[in-house]
Design a protein around this ligand. Structure first.
Ligand code: ATP
Length: 143
């Protein structure tokens, strides 16, 4: 089976380095599926759980990223993420707390009809998206 190398690095460490069958990501331009021999590409990533399809198995590995960049060449995908975590390294309770905190903040902004707090609102929305990415990567149910 054809494979493509995937390397994911965060400012702290190398998070993932392996030959994979396919990577599905949410880029700033929408969802992308990257197969071996993909055309060269550079794009931004938004917070989400990346899906890695491994060769010769139906298995899918999830990795939470909170944004960054992806560079694709026909042989290699490089993801430079602000933060990236494999499910085993995710503290689910911490992510649930961050999720609840962000939801409460967003609800409060809506209730107050605050229009001059756009910056704080954006921050809360991004915190919510990061928490959702971590909950999705750990297959945690949330509403
Ligand atoms: P919190 O409000 O819980 O700090 P956050 O989304 O603001 O969450 P980040 O700024 O994205 O956190 O990340 C800061 C550091 O903490 C990064 O190194 C990231 O990998 C780590 N981190 C954040 N949340 C978790 C989590 N739930 N489990 C494991 N590591 C986490």
């Amino acid at each position: 089976m054809a494979t493509i190398r995937l390397e994911i690095v965060s400012p702290d460490s190398s998070v993932y380095d392996a030959d994979i069958a396919m990577l599905i990501v949410r880029s700033t331009g929408g969802e992308l599926g990257i197969l071996p021999h993909h055309a060269p590409l550079v794009t931004g990533l938004i917070p989400h759980a990346m899906r890695i399809k491994l060769p010769d198995t139906e298995e899918e590995t999830l990795i939470a990223v909170s944004g960054g960049f992806m560079e694709v060449t026909p042989e290699k995908i490089t993801v430079i993420a602000s933060t990236a975590e494999v499910p085993d390294s995710i503290d689910v309770n911490r992510a649930k707390e961050a999720y609840e905190r962000a939801k409460e903040r967003i609800a409060a902004f809506h209730q107050n009809g605050d229009t001059d707090k756009d910056f704080d609102m954006k921050r809360a929305e991004l915190a919510l998206a990061r928490a959702k990415a971590r909950l999705m990567a750990t297959r945690t149910v949330f509403d």
